[in-house]
Design a protein around this ligand. Structure first.
Ligand SMILES: [Cu+2]
Length: 278
């Protein structure tokens, strides 16, 4: 049938767009024509991505099944081809089937859904703890075990260096070691903000007067970008989040450099030079 051929063409075009988008995608940031998620960098995001794919397949199958039934009814039972309507009102096996099959589908969705939910809340013992505090309109990061505190502000478009994404680059990045469990405490100073990094599968509201926490374990090095994801005022779109995942050695060197700079002035947050990453 022509309509199915056309639908196949449309789906084919969409999939090739998605494939092309991900082929050109830079890691840890959105890309032009992107359709799916950013590439997962944590086990939780991998689980989110595969759950999303699983549910999408189920939705597509159901939608196509219903479409096929509708087309069948329109063709087979219209007035021309079926002038004498059937008087059938009940079909017990069919009614049991259309009750039980949806229940089974919902159970099949619920099992991985709850598994994912528990994995997100099942916080492993942290190797590193940081806190992110939202203010209008920037983030303040603290490494409580290392005495490091600094503000992280968006880099203006005119000051961007080669390869730095617009609206996503900050002057001082969060630096964390690779393959380590990082616990993130999230809070706010003024209004509700939201600390979100798509490739980590993290999105948590920063609520004034309340400390919430989440966690991630980045499984490869790189720079991962996110944005405040709760409308927080005029400059809501201009308080990005950048996390640089580095090796253990690089992390130790960064800690030392940042701490030494802090000792020089007694305050890491006022120190622009030391914390600026290359
Ligand atoms: Cu905000």
């Amino acid at each position: 049938m022509l309509i199915f051929k056309r639908m196949l063409l449309v789906f084919g075009a969409l999939f090739s767009f998605a494939a092309a988008g991900s082929a050109f995608a830079a890691d840890g940031q959105p890309s032009p024509w992107q359709l799916g998620f950013q590439k997962a960098a944590t086990p939780i995001m991998e689980q989110i991505t595969s759950f999303h794919t699983f549910v999408t397949v189920i939705i597509v199958v159901i939608a196509l099944f219903v479409l096929a039934l509708l087309v069948y009814v329109m063709v087979r039972f219209n007035e021309n081809s079926h002038p004498l309507p059937s008087r059938t009102a009940h079909n017990t096996p069919l009614e049991i089937a259309w009750t039980v099959v949806p229940i089974l589908i919902l159970v099949a969705i619920a099992i991985p859904s709850f598994r994912l939910l528990f994995a997100q809340y099942d916080m492993p013992s942290p190797d590193l703890t940081i806190t992110a505090t939202g203010s209008q309109w920037y983030w303040t990061y603290e490494y409580p075990d290392h005495g490091i505190t600094f503000d992280s502000l968006m880099v203006q478009e005119a000051d961007l260096k080669e390869g730095q994404p617009r609206l996503l680059t900050v002057d001082r990045e969060v630096v964390v070691p690779v393959n380590k469990n990082v616990q993130v405490g999230v809070k706010a100073n003024d209004v509700i903000h939201d600390w979100a990094v798509p490739s980590f599968g993290i999105k948590l509201d920063a609520v004034p007067g309340r400390l919430q926490s989440t966690w991630f374990r980045a499984e490869r090095t790189g720079v991962f970008h996110g944005q405040c994801s709760e409308l927080c005022g005029r400059n809501h779109a201009f308080m990005p989040i950048t996390v640089r995942v580095v090796t253990d050695e690089e992390f130790a060197a960064w800690l030392e450099k940042t701490k030494a700079a802090a000792n020089d002035t007694g305050d890491t947050s006022k120190l622009a030079a030391a914390g600026k990453q290359n």
